[in-house]
Design a protein around this ligand. Structure first.
Ligand code: PMP
Length: 418
């Protein structure tokens, strides 16, 4: 027998103490104090399951993948390709051949720009990029625009750091070919309505590339539900290692795209006389020996995340954000940048009479790691009339007590620099 109460989803909860026990780094001290790590939007910390994957690989089955006929090569290939299947489930992609391993989000976007962009964009075409973008979703398009002569148009934000969807709609013309937008802003935490944006882009015959670097650590992503043409993320922001990321692309688009980098792994045959033919997807886009251990470890990270549950992680980070927002709001002269109603666990702020860099350096002395600077989003910060903010960003292992330590340290530091 079911009733509404039993069918309603249980409020997701986290056992934060158990989660923290998975992260050896969290028990270290900085300047004689327990580390309070609030720089998760730059890179998240790594659970022991991910660290163990490196040990297992290098200590047990280190070998180059795909071409070997020996046991170690088979084991390494199986583990590497196993991660592709894990990523498929993580993004709900239809097929593993739609998933390309890259060095990270930056390389994934450069791949789309240099392969799809170079083959499909020409002078007079238009690409829409949001004001909220990280430099890695701006500069590849600027480099290509300088070469090919297409135009970049900027989707504006309002005073809360929310994209203006009416202005977005109004930017489309018959020459609009692509929308490049992040799912979550690293600088302000704004969650963008990428599904609605994809519907609008497709109605105008344009493609949409979603930079998911900041979304994948905090919320479940379904590339088919979004109807993203391309979706990119980085391992090191989702509890995995650096040096690895993923580009998802719809199979028909990837099939039609030319290779970007040439070399081993991505060919079918090479001949000086007959030229070169290319490997099938996804290998066509994976030239050279990939980051094998990192890919395998990424698989462990995504399994760890799935074990904890992204709904629970997102809900917990929402509590941390609410508590942090409340705590810092009482600080005299502190202004939060990015007040979108739909926001991930990122708190960006400036303080009258105290430069962000000074706050960052001094608060580190109290064991608290936050990020200060332009967060690789200079066009966004310039729009808000600042060149730097302080940014505290949250992960599954942060606690309400850590937020209190952060808020108290912040008050102390501001008192010192003013
Ligand atoms: N996009 C966003 C929104 C980011 O936050 C970052 C990393 N700060 C990137 C792209 C670039 O990621 P990576 O350096 O891992 O390639």
């Amino acid at each position: 027998m079911t009733d509404l109460a039993t069918r309603a989803p249980a409020t997701p909860t986290l056992d934060v103490a158990a989660i923290r026990a998975d992260f050896p780094i969290l028990s270290r001290q900085v300047h004689g104090r327990p580390l309070v790590y609030l720089d998760n939007a730059a890179t998240s910390q790594t659970p022991r399951q991910v660290i163990a994957a490196f040990d297992a690989y290098y200590g047990g089955y280190n070998a180059n993948i795909h071409r070997g006929l020996h046991t170690l090569a088979d084991e390494a290939t199986a583990a590497f390709e196993g991660t592709r299947e894990t990523v498929r489930g993580f993004l709900n992609a239809a097929e593993t051949r739609e998933l390309i391993f890259t060095r990270g989000t930056t390389e994934a976007i450069n791949l789309v720009a240099n392969s799809w962009g170079r083959a499909n964009l020409k002078a007079g075409d238009e690409v829409l990029i949001s004001r909220l973008e990280h430099h890695s979703n701006i500069v590849p398009w600027q480099l290509l625009a300088a070469e090919l002569g297409f135009t970049i148009k900027v989707i504006p934000v309002d005073e809360r750091g929310v994209l203006d969807l009416d202005a977005y709609r109004a930017l489309f013309t018959e020459r609009t070919r692509l929308v490049a937008v992040n799912h979550v802003s690293n600088a302000f935490g704004t969650i963008n309505p990428v599904k609605a944006m994809a519907t609008i882009a497709h109605a105008h015959g344009a493609l949409i590339l979603v930079d998911g670097a900041q979304a994948t650590p905090h919320q479940a992503v379904d590339v088919r539900d979004i109807d993203a043409d391309f979706y990119a993320f980085s391992g090191h922001k989702v509890y995995g290692p650096t040096g690895v990321g993923v580009l998802y692309g719809k199979a028909d688009l990837l099939e039609a795209m030319p290779p970007w980098q040439g070399g081993g792994e991505m060919i079918a045959t090479v001949s000086f006389e007959a030229g070169t033919t290319f490997a099938e997807l996804p290998h066509k886009f994976e030239a050279g020996t990939p980051a094998i251990a990192e890919v395998i470890a990424l698989g462990e990270a995504l399994k760890w995340v799935a074990g904890v549950g992204l709904d629970a992680i997102g809900a917990w980070e929402g509590r941390l954000l609410a508590h942090a927002t409340e705590r810092v709001s009482t600080i005299d002269g502190l202004r939060i940048l990015g007040t979108a109603p739909d926001k991930a666990g990122v708190l960006s702020f400036v303080v009258d009479g105290a430069h962000a860099q000074d706050i960052g350096l001094l608060i580190d002395q109290l064991g608290v790691a936050i990020r200060t600077g332009h967060h690789c989003a200079q066009p966004l910060l310039a729009h808000f009339g600042v060149d730097a903010t302080c940014r505290a960003s949250f992960a599954a292992y942060n606690t309400l007590e850590e937020i209190d330590v952060f808020a108290e340290a912040l008050e102390r530091v501001i008192g010192m620099v003013r």
